[in-house]
Design a protein around this ligand. Structure first.
Ligand code: MIC
Ligand code: SF4
Length: 640
């Protein structure tokens, strides 16, 4: 039987298991990327392996998140990361260079390769025909150490694209449509693979916008074939030699299929405060808008900024709107400037920022109280912008610029003729600030600021676990709820004791004090628990506070992996109705839990007061060893 793109790439990298859906596999990782907010921890973990130099084909250390230097801490972390990159043989991309995913696409992505990144939007690389997966920092550290990456072989969801997009409708609308149909948990357990005649109508950066935003489906990753458009993109980057064709066989079969007729799509928008609250723009039209932000790893390529500039050529931005541009990369900034279109943006009234994540992770750009903010970003989880009760909408650059002009949510088709945008045949590379790896970094001293705290040690689970339900939450809890980000908290990413003070802060301010008081805690949650980012701090910091068990209806993939990595037991209700029976404050016992884990039990007993029920423990044999050891680092130490 024919193979899908996913199967071809995975088969070429398979080192453990077979491509049977649902079974654990191990794959060789060719490339890794880290960003600063997750990177500091990842490099401390890599350092702990004692390996003198990264073992991948290529590893890049980017600084793109913690750009606001309101004291020494972020700057210290930047220097630490640069010294780590020099010491261990990585490329280093300094602050101001741009967002990891955009730069990786431009300068490093190679069709057919595997990429593991300590950021949930690593699937951006799928736009070039890579299997690019987001993971916790510890998994990326292990990949840099040459270890395979283990995952449960996902099912493959084929998305057949037909026809082509209408004017004013763009790549963002394609994924908004998928989110509308499937929701933020619809992709859990799947790799989304695009095929069909519509694929040829999308450029490599359009595809990257789609695979990037596909992270919000909860999917393991998303991938497009590598074809003539991929070649054209690599050619424009001066990287023709990196191209290979990878297309699905005509008789390839998918576990699920959906079809999207691109010609029938209209401009869509995700309403506050979830990426899947999608409606046609015309249904939200007329609402006054105070802020429009164009940027993020999802939609800040040259095409995206060019279409915005061209639309603004004959029209200024409304005086009621703060219109802000966060370029994706120095390359985008350089080319837009060289083409003269930066002038259009500045004249139209744009506030142009350095290339980076910025407001997408609450590093500045918080909207005013009650104000509507339209963003071309991938996430609008509650409060992520930095403003409590924020009103953040997610949309395409076209819809964003229409609102910037009119001062209200506007269907961009009302702007008249779609502007012609011609992209350069050859881009200015914009990579002059990327430091290549040193031939020998062994003599480089690591520069550690006082903000970098030692990695905490964790003890394994006891024979019988006893503890308290510290918190009960509902469905779709994000890692932003568990471990908030923003300009105040992000500088603490390399200091677990300090960052732990903010765990669940936006949900329940009393959580940390309760956790400290018991030091043996359990959190109860609903479906899709831990969706969103890859930040392992959302496992590590609660673990530091004594949380050893999570009992939920279902988990998001990366968060579940991070919980296991730090020795937190990920249990799901065997009967979801039992969720109603466990209240906050209840005393819980897991009798003989170590024995149950060790014998491979898939169901374990949970006693709550006088009654008991079953919870499922769906983990591999390797995971069981890791849980018994109290986490991956303890386990790895025990093996060496
Ligand atoms: C995000 O978009 O949520 C982040 C910030 O990029 C995270 C990583 C982090 O928390 O550092 C992600 O997507 O993994
Ligand atoms: Fe940065 Fe936002 Fe992309 Fe996360 S989603 S990597 S914060 S731009």
């Amino acid at each position: 039987m024919g193979k899908t793109v996913t199967e071809k790439i995975l088969a070429a990298h398979l080192v453990e298991g077979s491509l049977t859906r649902g079974a654990e596999i191990g794959i060789r990782i060719d490339q890794t990327l880290t960003q600063d907010a997750t990177g500091t921890m990842a490099y401390l973990e890599f350092e702990a392996t004692g390996i003198p130099r990264v073992k991948t084909e290529l590893s890049v250390c980017y600084v793109d998140h913690n750009l606001v230097q309101s004291d020494f801490r972020n700057a210290d972390d930047h220097r630490f990361l640069q010294s780590m990159a020099r010491r261990y043989g990585l490329y280093f991309s300094p602050p101001g260079n741009g967002i990891s995913h955009q730069i990786h696409l431009e300068r490093f992505g190679v069709p057919g390769k595997t990429l593991l990144g300590s950021d949930s939007h690593t699937p951006t690389g799928g736009g070039l025909g890579m299997i690019a997966i987001g993971a916790g920092g510890l998994d990326v550290a292990m990949a840099m150490a040459g270890k395979p990456f283990n995952l449960v072989m996902p099912k493959i969801y084929g998305i057949k694209l037909t026809n082509h997009l209408a004017p004013w409708v763009s790549a963002r609308d394609v994924l908004l449509e998928v989110l509308r149909r499937l929701s933020v948990k619809g992709g859990v357990g799947y790799i989304m693979e695009y095929f069909g005649p519509g694929v040829a109508t999308l450029s490599a950066t359009d595809r990257a916008s789609i695979t990037n935003f596909g992270a919000e489906l909860g999917a393991t990753t998303s991938v497009f074939p590598s074809d003539a458009n991929t070649l054209a993109f690599l050619e424009s980057q001066g990287r023709v030699g990196d191209w290979t064709e990878i297309i699905a066989d005509p008789d390839a079969s998918y576990d699920e299929v959906m079809e999207i007729d691109l010609a029938t799509l209209e401009p869509l928008i995700a309403c506050p405060s979830s990426p899947d609250k999608v409606v046609p723009v015309r249904e939200a039209a007329g609402k006054p808008v105070a802020q429009v932000l164009i940027g993020s790893c999802s939609n800040s390529s040259l095409r995206d900024l060019l279409v915005v500039a061209k639309t603004l050529e004959s029209r200024p931005v409304s005086v009621d709107v703060s219109f802000e541009i966060n370029p994706g990369s120095r390359q985008v900034l350089e080319n837009l400037t060289a083409m003269g279109d930066m002038l259009t943006l500045v004249r139209a009234g744009a506030r142009v920022h350095q290339a980076g994540c910025l407001g997408c992770i609450g590093m500045g750009q918080a909207p005013a109280t009650g104000a509507i903010s339209l963003r071309t970003f991938p996430r609008n989880f509650p409060g992520r912008s930095g403003t409590k009760d924020d009103q953040v909408y997610l949309c395409s650059p076209e819809t964003a610029v229409a609102a910037a002009i009119t001062g209200k949510i506007t269907d961009p088709r009302e702007l008249g003729e779609y502007p012609a945008c011609t992209l350069p045949a050859k881009y200015l590379p914009g990579d002059q600030r990327i430091e290549p790896p040193l031939a020998d970094g062994s003599g480089v001293a690591i520069i550690r600021g006082p903000n970098i705290a030692a990695f905490p040690e964790f003890t394994p689970l006891p024979e019988t676990w006893e503890g308290t339900v510290l918190l009960k939450v509902g469905d779709n809890i994000t890692t932003d709820h568990i471990m908030p980000a923003g300009a105040k908290i992000l500088p603490l990413r390399s200091n677990i004791p300090a960052i732990a003070e903010f765990v669940f802060n936006s949900v329940d301010e009393g959580f940390v004090a309760r956790a400290r008081a018991t030091n043996s805690g359990l959190v109860v949650g609903g479906d899709n628990y831990g969706q969103g980012s890859s930040r392992e701090h959302a496992a590590l910091a609660p673990r530091y506070l004594g949380v050893q068990v999570k009992l939920v209806k279902s988990f998001a993939r990366i968060h579940k992996a991070n919980l296991i990595n730090f020795g937190i037991l990920p249990l799901t209700f065997a009967n979801p109705a039992d969720y109603e029976r466990v209240e906050q404050g209840a005393a819980v016992t897991l009798p003989d839990i170590r024995k149950a884990i060790a014998r491979g039990a898939e169901e374990v007993e949970v006693r709550v007061g006088t009654f008991f029920f079953k919870a499922r423990l769906e983990v591999s044999a390797r995971h069981r060893e890791i849980l018994l050891a109290g986490g991956l680092l303890n386990w790895a130490k025990g093996k060496s």
